[in-house]
Design a protein around this ligand. Structure first.
Ligand SMILES: Cc1cc2nc3c(=O)[nH]c(=O)nc-3n(C[C@H](O)[C@H](O)[C@H](O)COP(=O)(O)O)c2cc1C
Length: 322
């Protein structure tokens, strides 16, 4: 893909966009403009679980613009967690109003919160007052879907968002019940561009350089976009045009950094194996004719077997351009 003028953010992806991942991505392909953490939830007793703390420690995110994401529908919990993040030096947090998973939605959180616009309005009111009163300079952005059932819910939600000084509004233009099916509703995104006082960031189904370029042709005024699965498929998606040799060399380096990072994470070989396999679900599409080796990776029982197969795949198979 040609270099683009818009800022590019890495989407939060639970279990995938860890600090190990973002550091490897930045080291090999160049820093993206922002990295959103997978969602953190407020806890009753202590502020962070060990894994969550690792994600947000400044020493694990040196030189990266990291935005911690919070999933909750309780303003007090949101503010407590934000205060802990503030003490650690963070000046921007993101509210998750997009997660479509049933367990989250049934508790009225993530995109489930979109079904309760009045409560959401009260929540934002309390949160913005709390931030202004106790955390000077703390900014808040929102990552949202269009609604629960129908895009017709979105205009009312946009009106609510418009009442508050959001740092930015990141829109994944699907509704909860779509999960990841159907095409993102670009017309609703266009509507949001007209109606939202907050800067808008698009997210959804930009998998390849061509997708990004087509999006920029359709929305030439775009100054920021968030990429998820496309960047996991090809971590060099935003790194400019590279030769195949360069792509391979970089991907080999990137893969090694991620693998070693997880090995050092003290999670046990089985979990490292699981994490690497999860990445290949996306990464395999960068390679041509790699189904057989892809299957072998899926079936690998030991890390040694995994590593040998992954190296063979990277060495032997053609990499398609970004
Ligand atoms: C495995 C997985 C985990 C995700 N975890 C989160 C999350 O923690 N917080 C969030 O806001 N979105 C999460 N998402 C949604 C992505 O951030 C993004 O909105 C979605 O993948 C659409 O963008 P894309 O088409 O560029 O991938 C997740 C998506 C996937 C596939």
């Amino acid at each position: 893909m040609k270099p683009v003028h818009a800022q590019i953010y890495l989407a939060p992806m639970e279990g995938i966009t860890t600090y190990i991942y973002r550091n490897a991505q930045a080291a090999v392909y160049g820093r993206l403009d922002k990295y959103f953490t997978p969602f953190l939830e407020p806890h009753e007793k202590r502020s962070f679980k060990k894994r969550e703390l690792q994600e947000i420690l400044q020493e694990n995110n040196k030189g990266l613009f990291v935005v911690p994401q919070i999933l909750t529908n309780r303003a007090e919990g949101f503010l407590e967690l934000s205060a802990s993040l503030y003490d650690m030096g963070y000046r921007e947090v993101n509210l998750n109003l997009g997660c479509p998973s049933r367990t989250v939605v049934s508790k009225g959180k993530g995109s489930g919160f979109l079904a309760f616009p009045e409560e959401l309005d009260r929540f934002l009111d309390t949160v913005f007052q709390g931030l202004a009163g106790n955390m000077p300079g703390m900014r808040l952005s929102v990552k949202t879907r269009l609604g629960m059932e129908s895009p017709e819910e979105f205009p009312e939600l946009l009106k609510i968002f418009g009442k508050y000084p959001l740092e930015e509004l990141i829109v994944h233009p699907r509704v909860q019940k779509d999960y990841y099916n159907h095409r993102p509703d670009r017309e609703m995104f266009r509507y949001a561009r007209k109606e939202s006082p907050a800067p808008l960031c698009y997210n959804g189904d930009l998998f390849t350089g061509e997708d990004v370029e087509a999006f920029l042709t359709e929305f030439p005024e775009t100054d920021r976009m968030m990429l998820g699965r496309g960047l996991i498929r090809n971590p060099g998606l935003a790194a400019g045009e590279l030769t195949e040799e360069e792509r391979k060399e970089r991907f080999r380096r990137f893969h090694g950094l991620v693998l070693n990072g997880y090995r050092e994470w003290d999670m046990g070989d089985r979990n490292v194996l699981f994490k690497m396999k999860e990445l290949w679900f996306y990464q395999i599409r960068q390679f041509a004719d790699a189904e057989k080796l892809g299957k072998k990776i899926k079936k690998a029982q030991t890390l040694a077997e995994y590593e040998e197969t992954a190296e063979q795949l990277i060495y032997e198979k053609h990499m398609v351009p970004a």
